[in-house]
Ligand binder design. Structure first.
Ligand SMILES: NC(=O)C1=CN([C@@H]2O[C@H](COP(=O)(O)OP(=O)(O)OC[C@H]3O[C@@H](n4cnc5c(N)ncnc54)[C@H](O)[C@@H]3O)[C@@H](O)[C@H]2O)C=CC1
Ligand SMILES: O=C(O)[C@@H]1CCC=N1
Length: 280
């Protein structure tokens, strides 16, 4: 595993990186690479309509867009929506050669599907990052095909580490569950801030005050956990929970038979199932 706390410089990264799709996730990667010193001349972006904030970065650094003179990529990153992947992948097929490692951040798309498009001998890394990558605090699960060399694996890990941690997975089929836990996971935490705010307002607080309290609580709890790497989340929870106090009363509700455990088991199963469906 690598950690954003000890990121490697990309200033001496050898090879050309082609980013296909520079939206939320592709844009976060692009910012991370530039922030860690990857020379802009080593990057090509293929995206007909990047968001304005990403276009500004592309313009500022003079990054090549969609090469008129197709050059084979050393690392080709696919970061378009899975629903358009089957249309987009053939359009960048010419950028993939014998030395290329293709890296997908797309939910659902399997290594087997990518091999159908790019050839069975192609080195492929299937990953699932998450949006805290935008602040260098993402976590990415990654599974490599047998064709990926040690050098390609190291190169991919270096690029992914620019936006956070990397967990290499022994089994590709774990990716669907990783997607459900950490890929989609930030949404569950943001939802928590939303529902805590709504509940506070419903109980009588001014809605803006409830929203500020909920937001600061989620931010602070996340930071406390970040700064307590040796303390289990359960211990951090217990530290808040006085015997028969207010937290205990709330947790009785949240952790009851139909509570948060059961809801999360069902939610993770639903997300993993959807990830498997997106393979098609
Ligand atoms: N947003 C998230 O939390 C996560 C997203 N992902 C995956 O990342 C991928 C991208 O998702 P987002 O960045 O959220 O989507 P997005 O919609 O923000 O970005 C997709 C980008 O693809 C571009 N695009 C459209 N057609 C194209 C084409 N023909 N050639 C090149 N680029 C094209 C769009 O202009 C857009 O900039 C998806 O496959 C998703 O499953 C993975 C983990 C987390
Ligand atoms: O919702 C999705 O399909 C993507 C994959 C993980 C997070 N967002």
């Amino acid at each position: 595993m690598t950690d954003a706390a000890s990121p490697r410089s990309l200033a001496t990264f050898a090879g050309h990186v082609v980013l296909v799709g520079a939206g939320q996730m592709g844009g976060a990667l692009l910012r991370g690479w530039l922030g860690h010193g990857l020379p802009p001349a080593r990057i090509t972006v293929v995206d007909p309509r990047p968001p304005a904030n990403v276009q500004a970065i592309i313009d500022e650094h003079g990054i090549a867009l969609d090469p008129a003179e197709p050059a084979v990529a050393d690392v080709l990153i696919l970061a378009v929506k899975p629903q358009i992947a089957d249309d987009v992948m053939p359009l960048v097929r010419h950028l993939v050669g014998p030395r290329t490692v293709v890296v997908s951040v797309m939910a659902g798309k399997t290594i087997a599907r990518l091999e159908e498009v790019f050839g069975a001998g192609t080195a492929i890394v299937r990953t699932i990052p998450n949006t805290p990558a935008a602040v260098g605090r993402g976590i990415t699960g990654a599974a490599a095909s047998d064709q990926v060399t040690a050098a390609q694996r190291a190169a991919v890990e270096t690029l992914l580490s620019a936006v956070g941690r990397v967990e290499w997975l022994m089994r590709e089929d774990w990716i669907d569950i990783v997607t459900a836990v950490s890929g989609s996971g930030p949404a569950y935490v943001f939802l928590l801030a939303e529902v805590m705010a709504k509940a506070g307002a419903a109980a009588g607080l001014p809605p803006e005050l409830a929203a500020r309290l909920a937001r600061a609580t989620v931010e602070g709890a996340g930071e406390l956990m970040h700064r307590s790497p040796d303390v289990e989340p359960a211990t951090l929870r217990q530290n808040v929970t006085s015997p028969n106090g207010t937290t205990h009363a709330a947790l009785q509700v949240l952790m009851g038979a139909e509570g948060i455990d059961a809801a999360f088991v069902a939610a993770i199963a639903a997300a993993a199932k959807r990830s498997r469906e997106l393979a098609g």
